[in-house]
Design a protein around this ligand. Structure first.
Ligand code: RB5
Length: 144
């Protein structure tokens, strides 16, 4: 699975931690930036990751900011992106099983690092269930 990850300064430490975690698990992960923890604007990186997923260059995106709120607002502006801000493992699993999310959003100022990794693992290890959930996604997914 090809994954692209991005953050702002407030999500930079989680980005580093998640890259290490996923590399150890043999995922292919592309870093969309930033390259340092200097203050920056989350929309720049959120749009980069969301567009790469919408274009089909990556199957999954991961975005991290302080709360996760800004990144989820940005990513969900891009047609075809279903970004899910998750704060527990249950949401991580359901975001994939029912919503077929293609971008996971995390808040570094909200979550502990162990919890963030367990949400991430639950998210990546869960498959979409399709059927009625696909019908529901079709009702909104292509809205401009
Ligand atoms: C940065 O201070 C912070 O506003 C940002 O990381 C994010 O939480 C925005 O939603």
């Amino acid at each position: 699975m090809k994954i692209i990850i991005g953050s702002d300064h407030a999500g930079y430490n989680f980005k580093k931690m998640i890259k290490k975690h996923l590399t150890e698990k043999n995922y292919s992960i592309e870093d969309a930036g930033p390259e340092e923890a200097k203050s920056c604007d989350y929309p720049d990186y959120g749009l980069k990751v969301a567009r790469a997923v919408a274009e089909g260059s990556y199957e999954q995106g991961i975005l991290i900011c302080g709360t996760g709120l800004g990144m989820s607002m940005v990513a969900n502006r891009i047609k075809g992106v279903r970004a899910a801000l998750c704060q527990n493992e249950f949401q991580g699993r359901m975001a994939r099983a029912h919503n077929n999310a293609n971008v996971l959003v995390l808040g570094e100022r909200v979550l502990g690092s162990d919890l963030a990794l367990s949400i991430l693992d639950a998210y990546l290890e869960t498959n979409f269930e399709g059927e009625r959930h696909q019908r529901r996604i079709d009702l909104f997914d292509q809205v401009d």
